[in-house]
Design a protein. Sequence first.
Length: 95
Amino acid sequence: MNNQEIAFFNEHGFAGLFTLLTEEEMKLVYCEILKGINILKFFTNKKYRVYEKRNRHLDLTLISRLCLHFAIVERVSKILSTDDLTLWHSNLFFA
């Protein structure tokens, strides 16, 4: 990220737009994530269903690889001015 992109992030609260995956790649990833969520549920009790989309980088390698993709890590590293990053939490948002 250059200084202009960092300034944009500071002003608007997001970095982008940038292409992480092609549309076709994303369709495949989306299907794999849905399969993983349906197969590997943390809890069966409806009370805990909110957790089905949280921290899935811990058990679904595909999500971990997405979170650790160079294009994302590089941008976060620049925004935070550090190379010392830890993937602590992930949350999925989709319909």
